[in-house]
Design a protein around this ligand. Structure first.
Ligand code: S3P
Length: 176
């Protein structure tokens, strides 16, 4: 029988990886971060994958590696990259995959701006934005495009003003 898998999705800075780690620790499960898996497989940091091969290559690889992880029994929790659900038929793949529960970590534009401004240099899509106002505008437009995909998740959890540990606790309670 296939084991069930929790898949966390949401915008950059929504806390996917941190929440996955907390759930894994609390429930003695194994979590994997899709970005880290890509970095391992490609032997390059995400930033370099974008710089060297371009975004289209990255999207193809992230889709391939996600399908690989969905097919493996090893991992119980997968945290996606912010853009993963928005390319190809990823949301259908997740929603049709037996045992997968896709969960959207929903964060407001203001909170995302606060969380992302300090660490934007590590993130290829927002590294060029100089001011908080530019970042807010970018996130607003981007979320508008991405929301239709994110909203196909089975569950949505709001993350504003909550620590990753609190979000993890709430999720565990809702999945029980
Ligand atoms: C991306 C989000 C990143 C990473 C890549 C592209 C996106 O992951 O996959 O930089 O398109 O939103 P995180 O959401 O984990 O930062």
């Amino acid at each position: 029988m296939e084991k069930s898998k929790i898949v966390l999705l949401g915008y950059m800075g929504s806390g996917k990886s941190a929440v996955a780690k907390h759930i894994a620790r609390e429930r003695n499960l194994i979590a994997i971060d899709l970005d880290s898996y890509i970095e391992q497989k490609e032997a390059l940091p995400i930033r370099q994958v974008f710089a060297k091969h371009g975004e289209i290559y990255f999207r193809k690889k992230e889709y391939e590696y996600l399908l690989e992880l969905l097919g493996e029994d090893t991992y119980d929790i997968i945290s996606l990259g912010g853009g993963t659900p928005c390319y190809y038929d990823t949301m259908e793949q997740l929603n049709q995959h037996k045992g997968v529960v896709a969960i959207y970590l929903k964060t407001s534009i203001g909170e995302l701006t606060r969380r992302l401004f300090e660490e934007k240099s590590e993130r290829p899509l927002i590294a060029h934005l100089e001011t908080k106002a530019q970042l807010t505008e970018f996130i607003g437009k981007h979320l508008f495009e991405r929301n239709p995909y994110y909203q196909q998740a089975t569950l949505t959890v709001l993350t504003d003003d909550k620590s990753p540990q609190e979000v993890a606790q709430e999720l565990i309670a809702r999945l029980a």
